[in-house]
Design a protein around this ligand. Structure first.
Ligand code: SF4
Ligand code: SF4
Length: 124
């Protein structure tokens, strides 16, 4: 069992989830995070933290094979993210919008993204 990040994270990337994960198993792409299924300890504490309600258990219907595969694939390719940082600029407008999968970026987070510290600009 694992938890899976799904479509509504795309273009939001609030990163509240990262802050609470006890095993630091989130990985960062340009416009989405994923969870490494072999590292996740199934604690579920990240689920209520996500403002986009994008994290689901793999026992739920929303965790389709497509999302399971996407999380596994990109967790091996993208850099680890262990600290919260500002959401993407348009996150609130993008939260809940349908059809974001077409806008999924396979690119990893840039070094700039990785270096960004969050404390001064995270709201909420
Ligand atoms: S809190 Fe939700 S929207 Fe934000 S990065 Fe984590 S999974 Fe994505
Ligand atoms: S369920 Fe727990 S271990 Fe898995 S990603 Fe969420 S916080 Fe991390």
């Amino acid at each position: 069992m694992t938890y899976v990040v799904t479509e509504n994270c795309i273009k939001c990337k609030y990163t509240d989830c990262v802050e609470v994960c006890p095993v630091d198993c989130f990985y960062e792409g340009a416009n989405m995070l994923v969870i490494h299924p072999d590292e996740c300890i199934d604690c579920g504490v990240c689920v209520p933290e996500c403002p986009a309600e994008a994290i689901v258990s793999d026992t739920e219907p929303a965790a389709t094979d497509q999302w399971l595969e996407l999380n596994r694939t990109y967790a091996d390719l993208w850099p680890n993210i262990i600290a919260r940082k500002p959401a993407l600029p348009d996150a609130d407008a993008q939260n809940g919008r349908q059809g974001k999968l077409d806008e999924f970026s396979t690119e990893p987070a840039t070094q700039n993204d990785i270096d960004t510290k969050h404390e001064e600009s995270v709201s909420g």
